[in-house]
Design a protein around this ligand. Sequence first.
Ligand SMILES: Nc1nc2c(ncn2[C@@H]2O[C@H](COP(=O)(O)OP(=O)(O)OP(=O)(O)O)[C@@H](O)[C@H]2O)c(=O)[nH]1
Ligand SMILES: [Mg+2]
Length: 597
Amino acid sequence: MNPKYIRNFSIIAHVDHGKSTLADRLLERTGTIPARMMRDQVLDRMDLERERGITIKMQPVRMRYRDYILNLIDTPGHIDFSYEVSRALRAVEGVLLLVDATQGIQAQTLTTLASALAQKCVIIPVISKIDSPAARVDEVTAELAKLVRVPSSEVLAVSGKTGAGVDELLEAIVKRIPSPRESVADEARGLVFDFSYSTHRGIAVYLRVFDGTFKKGQSLAFRAAKKEFIALTTGVFMPDETPVDSLSTGEIGYVVTGIKEPGVVAVGDTVGVTKGLLPALAGYERPRPVVWASVYPESQDDLPLLRKSLERLRLSDSSLSFEEESSGVLGRGFRCGFLGLLHLEIITERLKREFNLALIVTIPTISYAVTKTSGIREIVYTPAKFPEHGDIAQIEEPWAKVVIITPPDSVSALVQLLYEHEAQTLSTETYQDGRIEMIVEMPLRELMRGFFDTLKNISSGYASLSYEILPERPADVVRLDVLVADEPVPAFARVIARRRVGEEAEKMVEKLHAILPKQLFTTKIQARAQGRIIASRTLSAMRKDVTGYLYGGDVSRKNKLLDKQKRGKKKLLERGRGKVNIPEEVFMKMVQSSAEK
Ligand SMILES: Nc1nc2c(ncn2[C@@H]2O[C@H](COP(=O)(O)OP(=O)(O)OP(=O)(O)O)[C@@H](O)[C@H]2O)c(=O)[nH]1
Ligand SMILES: [Mg+2]
């Protein structure tokens, strides 16, 4: 295929602005998917995507239009999946930047546009949902034209619902998006932007071919992983994986590698012929996890299955990171890094559903860079491993640059909210429709402390937010320990802003007091920070006579109960949890993320 007849593009936009629905119309108009197979957001292929009505994974698909091959990559809009967008952008020459005509420019419009420009993609500005009675076509067209610095006449208008404007859009794709560059040498070379896995044939790498031709039977190698393999199949996305004889320069497709072991292949690697002479293509930066949480199997028997499942998930989600850890009470599990709270939720949900695992997921936390008095600097992402305050010379924490767009009537509440979350305003701009765009910086810790939920509340759902992570800055945080009968419980440790430590200490002590069963003796529940007890409650002792509530003289029942009590005490000692029995449910309620809500 001559690259002149190929167009590679991606659809990018704020969440819900109609990317996948527009893709439906493109697939329909080009006859890629037969009418009987068509359904809404057909490229959202995962059950979770369909249930939630959001795209989670990018999805490539190949279409034929006139004499052209159009390779489209649909991308997710939610900020937690922006790594998918950035990878897709490296495989294409242009993007459709979609803005919902009923919503106008939103925070993710700005950040996705910035990434597309950074990749030197050609931008086609498109306003969507023009069929909606709430569409403000002229106003939003002007807004978008100003944003991408083109005359309003270059902004296209479409409806993914009625198909209006889709023919003009197809023409614009062919005209405005450049064809892929020609091959620099007759040697197959491509960039791995994603992969899929199946048990019988192993890993299939999703490739953007930059040079030469890939064919079945070829001897290939991953440059960075230094792993060789034979191409078992080459194919394209229709959107199902469909074999083709070869993949030539400029095309997007897949190569089945037969490699089954996880952890060998990474996105961003270059695939080429063995002993190729061309240098490796520029890869991807590994995304840094934003939040961390521990995932434990409810039954320790499931530990190997959990490990295997995480490895398997990483094959379809290269942003997931994890390492094994053990916690005295919860046993062995994994400390996992996620790109945000929705990412965490999606991964744990997939573990439960796709692998049938019963899991305990701890409260998400962020990481801190701690320089000890000994001069050693380490990244701490488990509160219980946060050094003692006497050993700390400096603590730093990641910050975030946040873009917020909000209607004018919520501005005063927003200013208050920004203050409460330690935000510093960098710039404020007023849009033509009166909405305010604010760019602020705040500690990631504060952004993760329910900032977005509150923002949604104060703006009746109209505000939007996007962020990028900034390097660490000095932090004023302390480790908060919870002690039961004078013993700190590592699983309950948290790292908290110093100014909020009193409030949080009270909350945790109060909560544990409410859910911890009474013990055989009076039990102190305390919170400690920097060597000082800052909150305390006392749990009164359980009634000695556990049989007291039994009526009558049923001796056998009475003995049974007393026996049970004896056994209970013995068990406590055996478990080595000191004197206090903290039942599993209490642990779960204290550390589990859902218990926070
Ligand atoms: N009226 C109208 N509604 C639309 C149109 N396109 C999409 N929608 C609706 O908008 C919602 C979001 O559509 P999607 O296509 O899933 O949006 P998306 O941009 O792919 O969303 P994410 O992938 O999650 O970012 C759905 O409820 C669609 O039915 C349109 O042209 N007109
Ligand atoms: Mg979508």
